[in-house]
Design a binder for this molecule. Structure first.
Ligand code: ATP
Ligand code: MG
Length: 567
């Protein structure tokens, strides 16, 4: 491709709203343009990269035995009512009506569609196992679309759904996808960790996420050198056995005038924050519940949602009106003589002599032992796990690291097949629900994650196999006969060898051209200048920026070898 014929739209500056490297560079390099918040158009260079990422995903999915289909983004309400998600999914779902007032949504994910498809197409266990996938546009009306392609309202996902006869089959399908995802992200040269994950709005039991490591990642990964790794929403830790063996003392009411927060109580009573129980109230359907953790811990909202069996958008911090209605006194709420549901973090359940709110103004209660003093409560894991907490597997201190979720695997089991009556006849002729898994990769988000891990102050550094082009030939002066003839010859030779090459014959200052290609991130850069008459050119790899003068034939050999090694 000749540079003068390309739609090159590099910019010196990105708009203010672009805060992270990938967002800034995708815009500055002329790869994407914003249409409205969270919705982008892909320009030729950006689309080339996207196509290459998709190609790698497609190759590995096909290798795994999965079959590609393409379904519509438009999904009828009726299928979502069958699964029970029409009301559950909340404001992230783009909903609309057609001219006949029939309701639809734009698919944020496709469990309903694929379950429906398979229940209509497959009747016998002999067709199993089956894994079908698509690479398709998804829609989610995110509260905070941001970071360019990392969190869009329209984005491209590879979603796959496996169907098996039993859980053993699902285990194999899941493992197959786990390995396939590892191969995909290895081929995309991402530095990633696989972590245990919560199942969120998709549902099901077991789940793993693939996290590209990056400081700008929105996920917090909790991990240990022993191999334990989990998303913070899912992470657990060993309970601290603080005050488990203490002598239980008599319960005692203490006057704490206007002393409300954990730190205020700790300093007023001259105790540690961890001597106090922190009560956080969340409501669901107008009904508050109490969540108790040790005073130095935080309550994990995802664990709250799981306890209430509610979606995250359905749960909120209890309002003042609701507190009044249930006679709860803000700042002094505790589990004793309280008329709402109580959930207690496992760590607190065994602790002796805890300080809790007294459920009346300016009052706390000392020396509480929940097992002795509170009648009804449920013990669960509620606490937020942070670095320094103890690993649930080996007991050593956990560490944390930020990651970009590029993919997730779920064992759905029979959640959708039972709800939607997707059954099959087994070997004995008995009708059983299909056992399902689902597997997503954020294709456009992955494109951003690659940039987050591969850039410098001058621009993007694409790995060779996803770069929009392999090589650029920068001609210093295309009016010079020697330079022109060498450049043209090299261009033709590379093209004949299926190298994706750009010839930059533009009439522009060399510095301007160098800047453009460094920004766009072309991996191999050849400069053809004064020594063209000696067949000598300058060769540079974008990744290390080392420039070397070499003979043209040698440079061609290096380029071909590098492309061969990548394949
Ligand atoms: P997140 O927690 O980041 O909102 P999710 O867990 O809701 O994502 P999934 O339902 O697991 O997302 O979707 C599969 C994949 O699609 C994710 O792993 C992610 O890579 C990608 N993805 C999800 N939401 C977006 C989005 N708004 N923009 C771009 N990619 C997304
Ligand atoms: Mg996810």
């Amino acid at each position: 491709m000749k540079a003068s014929k390309m739609l090159l739209s590099t910019l010196k500056e990105a708009p203010q709203e672009a805060q992270i490297a990938s967002h800034i560079l995708l815009i500055r390099a002329g790869m994407i343009r914003k249409l409205v918040a969270g919705v982008y158009n892909y320009l030729p260079l950006g689309l080339k990269v996207l196509n290459k990422i998709e190609k790698i995903i497609r190759e590995e999915m096909d290798n795994s035995g999965a079959l590609e289909i393409l379904s519509s983004a438009i999904q009828p309400k009726e299928l979502w009512e069958e699964s029970g998600r029409w009301n559950k999914y909340g404001p992230e779902l783009f909903r609309f009506k057609d001219r006949h007032e029939r309701e639809f949504c734009l698919g944020p994910t496709h469990e309903e569609i694929f379950t429906n498809l398979v229940r209509n197409e497959i009747k016998s266990y002999k067709s199993l196992p089956l894994n079908i996938y698509q690479i398709q546009t998804k829609y989610r009306d995110e509260v905070r679309p941001r970071f360019g392609l990392i969190r869009g309202r329209e984005f491209i996902m590879k979603d796959a759904y496996s169907f098996d006869l039993d859980e053993k089959g699902l285990d194999e399908s899941y493992q197959n996808m786990y390995h396939t995802y590892s191969k995909i992200f290895d081929r995309l040269h991402l530095n990633y960790k696989v972590v245990l994950a919560d199942t969120g709005a998709i549902g099901g039991s077991e789940s793993h996420q693939f996290m590209a490591l990056s400081d700008i990642g929105e996920s917090n990964i909790i991990y240990c050198n022993c191999g334990y790794a989990a998303d913070e929403e899912k992470a657990t830790c060993l309970d601290d056995i603080y005050k488990n063996d203490a002598q239980v003392e008599n319960i005692e009411e203490v006057y704490t005038p206007n002393v409300k927060t954990i730190s205020e109580v700790a300093s007023y009573l001259n105790v540690l924050e961890k001597d106090i129980a922190k009560a956080v109230l969340y409501s669901y359907n107008g009904k508050p519940s109490m969540f108790l953790v040790r005073g130095d811990r935080d309550v994990n909202v995802v664990k709250v949602c799981n306890a209430l069996n509610a979606a995250e958008h359905e749960v909120y911090l209890t309002t003042s009106d609701e507190l009044n209605k249930y006679h709860l006194v803000e700042g002094f709420i505790g589990p004793i003589d309280c008329n709402i549901d109580i959930y207690v973090d496992s760590e607190l359940a065994n602790m002796k002599n805890v300080i809790v709110g007294g459920n009346k103004i300016d009052t706390h209660i000392k020396n509480v032992y929940l097992k002795r003093d509170v009648k009804n409560y449920t013990v669960i894991d509620l606490k937020d796990v942070k670095d320094g907490c103890l690993c649930p597997l080996c007991g050593k201190p956990l560490k944390s690291e930020r990651g970009i979720e590029v993919g997730q695997l779920f064992k759905l089991k029979t959640k959708y097949s039972k709800a939607m009556k997707a059954t099959i006849l087994n070997e004995k002729g008995i009708e059983v629900p299909l056992v399902m898994g689902c597997y997503g990769i954020g294709v456009t988000r992955t494109m951003s994650a690659i940039i987050e891990q591969n850039h410098d102050e001058n621009g993007i550094i694409w790995p060779l196999n996803v770069a929009p082009y392999h090589v650029v030939l920068i001609v210093i002066n295309y009016d010079d006969e020697d330079q022109k003839s060498l450049a043209d010859k090299m261009y033709e030779t590379l093209k004949e060898n299926k190298v994706e090459v750009i010839l930059d014959e533009r009439d522009a200052k060399p510095g301007f051209k160098f800047k453009d290609w460094d920004l766009i991130g072309i991996p191999l850069i050849v400069t053809i200048g004064r020594k063209a008459n000696e067949n000598i050119v300058e060769f540079k790899e974008r990744r290390n920026n080392l420039k070397e003068e070499k003979n043209v034939d040698e440079v061609i050999d290096i380029i071909l070898q590098k492309i061969k090694d990548e394949a």
